[in-house]
Every structure is written in C-alpha cells, then in structure tokens.
Design a protein around this ligand. Structure first.
Ligand code: PLP
Length: 456
C-alpha cells in the first residue's frame, strides 16, 4: 500500500474531498511542470491536473495580466455589460471563424458549458419553429460534466449511479468510436466507421429524425475510455448523418481541445468543417482561473438573434473579466512561444518512448492518443483481450505508486460502463521538454512494474 496514502488523516480537514476517509496531499506551490507538497516532496505534474495546466504553474505574465485586470475592474455583470477582456478573448478565439464558429458564451466550468450548449440547442430549435426537436443522442461511456444536464448526456456509469432519477429521458446512447475494444475481429477501420454510422442513423430513424435536436460527442474522449482518437472517417460519417437529418453536432473539447492534440481544436484533424456548437474548458484558462466556454456558428447565433433576440441563459460569474484576462494571456503565450509545435514534437517523443518502454509489459494492452494527450490501457491478459474487472483497481494503484515516486497522472474513475476500461492518462503541460518526457515515462514504467510485482 502507498506510504503517502497512509500518512494523512482526515481529522483535520473540514472539506468534502473525493475520498472521505483519506485526506489528499496538500499542494503548496508549483513551478513549471512540477508542484510541491506540504511535506516538501516535489511531483512532476504529468497530467497537468486533469489536462488543465497547459502552461504549467507560476507563469509570471499570466499573473501580471490577471493583476492588471483586477486593478482595472474586479467584476462585470454580464447580463447588462461586457468587458474588454471578454471581448478580446472571444475575438482571439473566433475572429478567424474556425469551422464557421463565430460567437462565444464564457462560463466557469466545463459542466456549465455543456449545460449552456444543451440549452442553446433547445432554444435554437424553438426559435426555428421546430419545438418537437427535444431529443439528444450521446455516446455510451462518455463524460460531459457533473451538473444534472451534463450528466444526462454522459454515459459514464458510476458518475450517473446516484442520480439516475434525475437523468433526462430525452437522451439515448450509441457506441463510442473505440477501435481497441469496439472493433470486431477482422473489421477494417472503414467498415467499423460505417457500422457506427449505421448505428447512429438507425437510432435517429428509431427516434424520428425530426424529433432529434443534437448529437453530442467528445472529439477525443478523455476520462472515461482514455484518449481515444476516432478511426479515420468516423467524424466525417457523423457530420454527414447530422447534416442529412438537419441535426446539430455538438463537439465537447473541454478536455481534448485548446491545443492538447497539436491543433487548437481536435476536430481540425478529422477532415470535417467543424461542429455547430463546441464546448471548451480546462486548458482555456490554463488552470490559473476557472473558465470554460461554448462556441457556436453564426447560423446558431442568428436563429436566436433574429427571433427572440435574447439568450435565455446566464450566470452571475459568466465571462468574468479576470478569468478572460488570464485566458487571453494564455492564448498569447501559446502563440508567441509556438507551443502547438512543441505539443506535436514532444507528443511524438512521448508516443515513441511510451511504446518502446511500456509496450512489452504484461498488462499493457493499448497505448493511444494524440499530441500531448495519451493513455495507457491495462488488460488482465492483453493477448486474449481479457480485461481487468471494475473492482481490480489496477490503474488507480498505478496512480498511487506513481505519486509515491513523484509523478502525477490520472487514473480510471469508477465503473466506466458497458465494458470497464482501466487506463492512466498523461497530458503534460505544453512547455514540457524532452528530458522531462523521458523522466515521466521512466517513472511510469517503474510504477507499473511495482504494481505488477504486487499482483504476482
Ligand atoms: N466534458 C469533458 C470531456 C470533461 O472531461 C469534463 C471534465 O473532466 C467536463 C466536460 C466537465 O468539466 P468541469 O469538471 O470543468 O465541470
């Protein structure tokens, strides 16, 4: 058992932590890609929290930008006013109209962004005179957030478990595009994408095409099944099916977006024009501030603007000027330091060293990802496709042992659903260097080997 895990008692904490039995380690400072615990221990943040801290910690110019903003104006109520930092952020993200995306809503968390996207879709169809379009199709084993709306379109079994009575009945689920576990023996990528296309189309026909409001998917799913890029052609098929029936496509890029896969938007690598609505978060504010957003096409905006002319949704802290100022500076640094190039170069180094170092370990089943967004999936017996069951806790043990060794990574959260997936995620900050990539992989390999020894 982890020595770290046993050294902390819950008695002196007044906070509901995730574990209510074991107080988590206290992080007191951070610098670059590392953070330091109150014990004095320094840890490499190889997952950037949950894929958040894209510039690492203690970035001086972000701190300056935030301070400057706070000195100018501390709060702006976005129901009746706007701020220069919110306008600048939206224009930085949208002035080039990526994929036709033209307007933004800024909120605080990814879950709020998902809820805002779902509500924008609902309002859109009513404004378009098609109020019967109330049904959403999402994917099994997905995660789009923890508020009740966002959870309703999430297929992640354990996250839903306590709240099933609250979940909307207007959501149905199709299979994710998950070649490693979902592709049939001998099936090609093309055949697999076609099968998933047919499944989506069949579901639309079953529901009645003119009752379906939107299809929701993560471009590269993160926490549930672990950094799984779709097979080529899958999103082309999804886009075509949505267009065929006039259904809106929502892509959730809260975890995989804002540069993590090597392009600002993960869908840019999918050969599609883009989604109708996109959610962003996590790396948007780089973890310096809570900030997420919804991006929408001009068409979606116009439907609301030309009819009621009012967005029927809002929050007290929407488009907070401090948060937007931090995100503006995060975007400037990504551009100024050409960090997307570093994501691509370090990403391919990470892939290569993961494959070389871990590929032959007995429980490593699959290594997959894009850019600096990678997962290692563990199987009880990879050669026969025999998975760990949901009580095995293998990946979380790897996370614990890694933490003991000075490495922070993400593990599997509870029962992921139909088929349980044991994986760990690495998504180091975009500033990571080659020697740090090597150290991350070395520590991860040691952790996996130590866990394997415990299993023997
Ligand atoms: N969507 C995806 C794909 C996520 O990974 C997450 C969080 O992990 C969310 C939505 C919810 O974001 P938040 O935790 O900021 O509410």
């Amino acid at each position: 058992m982890s020595s770290l895990a046993h050294s902390r008692s819950y008695a002196d904490s007044h906070i509901f932590h995730r574990s209510l039995r074991k107080k988590p380690a206290n992080i007191v400072s951070g610098q670059g890609i590392t953070f330091t615990l109150s014990s004095g221990r320094t840890i490499i943040d190889a997952s950037a929290g949950p894929a958040v801290s894209c510039l690492g910690h203690n970035q001086p110019t972000v701190i300056e930008a935030v301070t400057r903003q706070m000195q100018q104006i501390s709060y702006v109520y976005s129901m009746g006013y706007t701020s220069s930092s919110a306008e600048e952020l939206a224009s930085l993200l949208l002035s080039q109209k990526p994929g036709g995306l033209a307007k933004a809503i800024f909120v605080n968390s990814g879950s709020e962004a998902t809820d805002a996207a779902l509500k924008l879709v609902s309002q859109y169809w009513i404004e378009m005179g098609q109020s019967q379009r109330t049904k959403f199709i999402a994917r099994k084993q997905s995660y789009h957030g923890n508020t009740l709306g966002a959870l309703s379109v999430s297929g992640h079994a354990s996250r839903r478990a306590y709240y099933e009575p609250w979940m909307s009945h207007n959501v149905s689920f199709v299979d994710p595009c998950y070649a490693y576990r979902g592709k049939a023996d001998g099936e090609s990528d093309v055949e697999y994408a076609l099968r998933l296309r047919t499944q989506l189309e069949d579901e639309i026909l079953r529901l009645g095409p003119d009752t379906v409001a939107a299809f929701v998917a993560e471009t590269v799913p993160g926490t549930t099944i672990g950094c799984v890029p779709a097979v080529p052609g899958y999103f082309v098929a999804v886009r075509e099916v949505c267009d065929k029936y006039g259904i809106l496509l929502i892509l959730d890029e809260i975890m995989c977006g804002m540069g993590k896969t090597g392009t600002m938007h993960a869908w840019e690598q999918e050969d599609i024009r883009g989604p109708d609505i996109q959610t962003i978060g996590k790396a948007l504010g780089g973890g310096f501030v809570p900030l997420s957003g919804v991006l929408a096409t001009q068409n979606v905006f116009d439907a609301v603007s030309n009819n009621s002319g009012t967005l029927s949704h809002g929050h007290t802290f929407q488009a907070h000027p401090t948060a937007c100022a931090a995100a503006v500076e995060v975007q400037h640094i990504i551009g100024r330091d050409n960090l997307l190039k570093n994501v691509v170069v370090m990403g391919s180094l990470l892939q290569q060293s993961l494959e070389e170092s871990l590929g032959s370990l007995p429980h490593v089943g699959d290594i997959r990802g894009r850019g600096l967004f990678w997962a290692v999936e563990f199987m009880r017996r990879p050669s026969t496709g025999d998975p760990f069951d949901k009580h095995a806790g293998y990946s979380n043990r790897v996370v614990e042992v890694s933490q003991d060794l000075g490495l922070n990574i993400l593990g599997t959260l509870g029962d992921t659903g139909e088929y349980h997936v044991e994986h760990v995620i690495l998504s180091p900050p975009y500033i990571v260097k080659a020697e740090e990539v090597a150290e991350i992989v070395r520590l991860l390999k040691t952790a996996i080997q130590l866990v394997d020894q415990e299993l023997d």
